[in-house]
Design a protein around this ligand. Structure first.
Ligand SMILES: [Zn+2]
Length: 405
């Protein structure tokens, strides 16, 4: 967990050396003195990035590394939900092995902090939760994995789900998830009251999937804002997708963003190519933090996605028509510093005292790194070298010490 990294350019600044001691950044400066017993790595003038942040994925669902899944699903959201439950039951999908496989692939591409929503419903119960908690435990020293207890099949829609979420939070889920309180649950008021009540009882933050579009979504967003304000949950609520911000009238959007900024409510976007998306520059200008994530990767929902947050930043950039370097920097921020703030990650960044999560790429600057998505020359997680040239190194622990209760 000690390392002296020579000749690297933090976010494109002048070259310097970086010393890691006990897994943290201990010093930054030109020509640092060698420390006896501390191994050295030559950066060769490469661009140094902080560990990347995936703010929204579903590790438990993925088919990553498995034979191709033939997708004949849809077209409605409800079809995809029902299909997944059926597929899970029929195939005996191993959420433990698959979540670990995908988390490792993320790590090899430089992601060191990751928020994953885990399916909890009355069919699967807490099986996926235990599987992903085991993955979290296995990678604990290398990767911060935040587990969201997520009612993928609805909350009110399937009685018994609230009790399972309650149990999931007791067992160690970090965040409480929600899903389309109006469109799926059919009663935004009752659904949100139940959800906020659970979050308050456990003192956990909320991260709500909101696919509802237009005015329907905006009304739900109003209801979420009301409860955030009344219950004092400022800075503790994130809205994933939030498509309605992409297709309500500009004045309505401005009013919603003003209130979101005041209540420190953040947005997590995929930069979806197929739906209206929250306009990144407008959100940031209004003072709303925006993080980015893949959502599902190669699962029964989508054939797309790769565990590469530079690629996700590029897709967010394309979707938001970001061309200037200072605009592309906003997409990069969504997968680094802003992403870390949205997820409440501690000790994040390239300053002395931060956890030594470091990514080296061959690029001139941040904009080129986002656009070119170069191979990760070196990935350091918690002070340990975990990947070289995109390939995993031995520092990846092989098995879990998580015990199922
Ligand atoms: Zn999702």
């Amino acid at each position: 967990m000690d390392l002296l990294l020579r000749d690297v350019r933090p976010l494109g600044a002048a070259a310097l050396d970086l010393l890691v001691r006990a897994g943290r950044i201990a010093a930054l400066g030109p020509r640092l003195a060698a420390v006896p017993g501390v191994p050295q790595e030559q950066g060769g003038g490469a661009l140094l990035l902080p560990g990347l942040v995936e703010a929204h994925t579903h590790l438990d669902k993925t088919n990553w590394g498995l034979p191709w899944y033939r997708n004949e699903v849809g077209p409605r959201l409800e079809d995809r939900i029902a299909n997944e439950r059926r597929w899970r039951a029929e195939t005996g999908h191993d959420a433990g092995a698959q979540s670990l496989r995908l988390a490792r692939a993320f790590l090899a591409q430089g992601t060191t902090r990751l928020r994953t929503h885990v399916d909890i419903d009355t069919d699967a119960g807490l099986r996926h939760l235990h599987a992903v908690l085991a993955t979290r435990e296995t990678l604990r020293e290398l990767m911060e994995i935040q587990v969201v207890a997520f009612p993928q099949s609805g909350l009110l829609a399937r009685p018994g789900t609230a009790e399972l979420l309650d149990e999931a939070l007791k067992l160690g889920a970090d965040v409480l998830g929600g899903l389309d309180p109006q469109a799926i649950d059919g009663d935004a008021v009752a659904s949100l009251d139940l959800l906020f009540g659970l979050a308050a009882r456990h003192g956990k933050p909320l991260d709500i999937h909101l696919h509802e579009s237009g005015e329907e979504g905006a009304r739900t967003l109003d209801a979420i804002l009301d409860r955030t304000e009344t219950l004092g949950m400022q800075g503790r609520v994130a809205i994933s997708h939030c498509f309605c911000l992409g297709d309500v009238a500009p004045a309505r959007r401005a009013a919603l963003l003003e209130r979101m900024a005041r209540l420190r409510m953040s947005v997590i976007t995929t930069g979806s190519a197929s739906r209206p998306v929250p306009p990144l520059q407008e959100c940031v200008a209004a003072g709303v933090l925006v993080a980015a994530g893949n959502d599902g990767i190669r699962d029964t929902w989508t054939p797309y996605g790769r565990p590469d947050m530079l690629e996700r930043a590029m897709l967010v950039g394309l979707r938001n028509n970001l061309r200037r370097d200072d605009e592309i920097a906003l997409a990069f921020d969504a997968v680094t510093h802003a992403g870390a703030r949205v997820c409440g990650c501690a000790d994040y960044g390239l300053e002395v005292g931060c956890r030594a999560d470091l990514v080296l790429v061959q690029a001139q600057n941040v904009a080129e790194a986002v656009v070119a998505r170069p191979a990760r020359k070196l990935v350091v997680a918690g002070g340990r070298i975990v990947a070289r040239g995109g390939a995993q190194q031995a520092a990846h622990p092989a098995s879990t010490n998580y015990t199922y209760p």
